[in-house]
Design a protein around this ligand. Sequence first.
Ligand code: SAM
Length: 211
Amino acid sequence: MPINNSQVALEEIEKFNIAHYEENAESFRIGTQQHDVSQNIAALLDALPQEKTLDILDFGCGPGRDLRVFKALGHRPVGLDGCKEFCKMAQEQSDCPTLNQQFLKLELEENSYDGIFANASLFCVPSQELPRVLTELHSALKKDGILFSSNPRGNAEGWQGQRYAHYMEFETSQLFLQQAGFKIVEHFYRPAGKPRVEQPWLAIVSRCKKN
Ligand SMILES: C[S@@+](CC[C@H](N)C(=O)[O-])C[C@H]1O[C@@H](n2cnc3c(N)ncnc32)[C@H](O)[C@@H]1O
């Protein structure tokens, strides 16, 4: 059931979520630097034209692990994160530009990216604001661009300790994406090769339809 938060509550949610990452930036970097998300990176790139240098926005880039991979593969990645410390780390580690922007106050240029890699980040957006954020990501993508998203799955929204989270199963995620103008290409659960109950992550590849 979507929660209706006031403007003040939304600002609090964003402030607390970002503060959580600012306070734990180094331990998050160490704890996640070896995470293998190659399946997710491949899912985004496989849906895009091959043998072309791609403009990729890493939405919620964290300390920059995946920016390095996209760059090493010959693409032009740009990171975006609300956490200043992560922007600094990501820039230092990957030598890619980063945008210090909040998800609820995005300032993205239209038709700028072939792909958006939203790995473990969109679940931080409250359901009330998700249609607007997805529409902004749709505008930032070029025609036929791809949004990759991976999020913990479930049917819950609210505070979890210091962080606010919104978890959806595929059916609900699909509705939000379609309403923002995306067409689902594929979805899969992670980690691969496990029974569904041991797959807490839902990954979705969607194409940006534009006239
Ligand atoms: C779970 S981490 C994922 C980081 C990285 N993509 C990865 O896969 O390791 C979520 C990221 O989203 C960022 N984030 C969370 N809420 C945000 C907000 N409201 N605005 C901007 N960034 C936010 C955090 O700073 C963090 O880098």
